[in-house]
Design a protein around this ligand. Structure first.
Ligand code: C2O
Ligand code: CU
Ligand code: CU
Length: 493
């Protein structure tokens, strides 16, 4: 059996055997054999700008996936085109994405294009930017693709259930000019809470998860599989696009024996740098693009460990070196920077400042908050399943009165403070934000993100230009928190 122990506490244990199991999935068979000529130039598959209409159809439907080759029954999921994750969508800047979404689920749904700067009507927020797509219905999403980078798509309706059942997929917008690597890989990382029979446990959005860290699972997958080691060849340079689609799990990945270099966060280029403490931290919804130089010796094995929850570390996967001679001799060349993000620069001298205080949850000490226009005590709120607030207001759904209304083209600084006992990945739709400072310490280089992980008691200052008119969600990306009140709306224009 590969399943984790469903009775394990929270944060749940991940069964180590699960990650060291039998047959190969991401194994040697899937590795293109690279020529060991010692001089192979680094290459990339990226293409120049385009004006193509890129058509795709996504059917959201119940399905089943094989997360392991252990002879057990497949895992029932909700997926796109039968799979979880759904198909990776690839675009070039300048493309028009035209995506027909069919809903074959038993519930309404929508699709949100996380991190992409789309027109508001295409943002996929039910009740705010569109009606939910009913079962049997469809919706045509169409938008221009702008910035290169790694993004993803997921539902925005009853997300605690729909996201957890497996509805998610990666989006890659290629660079305008090729970025030199030997392989460009995407890891969609997820976790699942499975019961003893190996099915997704259907306790979505329960008050314990909602008031604590959210829904943590007991089995982790990469691209829908309990990961076998990734086969690599000595000397190769890999671009690894990490996408955390888990509801609530924060990952802090260490690549034993390797020194990955971060080149982009949430799709936007950053100065190439070693991750602090050697750990690549990914809160829910976040992405990181790494350059991984395979500098170890042929035949060697190197674990990739998660250290986000110190009491329950586990091995996510490993790097297994082929026996082949190194692809190229000598130390790897320096890691080039991606072109700087093409985003509007906030005018800090004239920016309006806005405080956003995150409150509530277990051990958070919140006495009460406004809900549906009335002040309610925490016990009553808890009975209603609403335990988190933004600036003292508990949201009752997506279509709430804007927390902030701003004019198009103006610059803003959000001074965000996490007054709770839990981490929260705060996400703004439609506008990447520039991380100015954390706890008053300025970012050492420009960092743009669409989700910012705030640790307990942490303060961050974020800046953005409100250049995209419409009604935009701002929320914690842990759907158990979001649906328990942690969301708001920003009106632009
Ligand atoms: Cu990933 Cu409101 O979104
Ligand atoms: Cu989003
Ligand atoms: Cu949260």
């Amino acid at each position: 059996m590969f399943r984790g122990d469903p009775s394990a506490g929270i944060p749940a244990m991940l069964n180590r055997r699960a990650f060291l199991g039998a047959a190969a999935a991401l194994g040697a068979a899937s590795v293109p054999r690279l020529r060991a000529d010692g001089t192979a130039p680094l290459h990339a598959a990226a293409a120049g700008p385009s004006e193509t209409v890129a058509e795709a159809t996504l059917e959201a439907a119940p399905g089943a996936i094989r997360i392991a080759d252990d002879g057990g029954p497949p895992l029932p999921v909700w997926g796109y085109n039968g799979a979880s994750p759904g198909p990776a969508l690839r675009y070039r800047p300048g493309d028009t994405a035209r995506i027909r979404v069919r809903n074959a689920l038993p519930r309404p749904t929508t699709v949100h294009w996380h991190g992409l700067r789309v027109p508001n009507a295409m943002d996929g927020v039910p009740g705010l930017t569109q009606d939910p797509i009913p079962p049997g219905g469809e919706f045509l999403y169409e938008f221009p693709v702008r910035n290169p980078g790694t993004y993803w798509y997921h539902p925005h309706f009853q997300s605690a259930e729909q996201l957890d059942r497996g509805l998610a997929g990666a989006i890659v917008v290629e660079d305008a000019a090729p970025y030199p690597v030997d392989r460009d890989l995407t890891w969609v990382i997820d976790d699942w809470r499975l019961d003893a029979a190996g099915n997704v446990r259907e306790d979505f959005g329960n008050l314990h998860d909602a008031s604590h860290a959210g829904r943590l699972g007991n089995v982790a997958t990469v691209n829908g599989r309990i990961p076998d080691p990734l086969s690599v060849q000595a000397g190769e340079r890999i671009r690894l696009r990490l996408v955390n689609v888990a509801n609530a799990r924060v990952f802090a990945l260490q690549f034993a024996g390797h020194a990955p270099v971060v080149i982009a966060l949430d799709g936007q280029a950053v100065r190439p740098h070693a991750p602090p403490g050697g750990q690549v931290v990914l809160g829910p919804s976040m992405r990181a693009d790494l350059v991984l130089d395979c500098t170890a010796t042929p035949g060697s094995l190197h674990p990739v460990r998660d250290r986000a929850y110190p009491r329950t570390p586990f091995e996510l996967t490993a790097l297994q070196y082929l026996d082949d001679a190194p692809l190229r001799a000598g130390p790897p060349p320096p890691v080039p920077a991606l072109p700087a993000p093409d985003l509007p620069e906030p005018d800090l001298a004239r920016a309006e400042h806005h405080a956003l205080v995150l409150e509530g949850g277990a051990m958070g000490g919140m006495a009460g908050a406004m809900f549906h226009g009335e002040h309610r005590g925490i016990r009553e709120l808890a009975r209603l399943g609403k335990v988190w607030a933004f600036n003292g207001v508990v949201a009752h759904g997506h279509a709430v009165e804007p927390w902030l209304s701003v004019a198009t083209g103006t610059s803003h600084v959000l001074e965000v403070e996490n007054r709770t006992a839990f981490p929260h990945p705060l996400h703004l739709h439609g506008h990447p934000v520039k991380v100015l400072a954390r706890d008053g310490v300025a970012s050492p280089f420009p960092v743009w993100r669409d989700s910012v992980l705030l640790m307990p008691r942490e303060r961050v200052d974020l800046a953005f230009v409100a250049d995209n008119p419409g009604l935009w969600m701002i929320h914690c990306h842990i759907p158990e928190h979001q649906e328990a009140g942690m969301m708001g709306v920003v009106r632009v224009g």
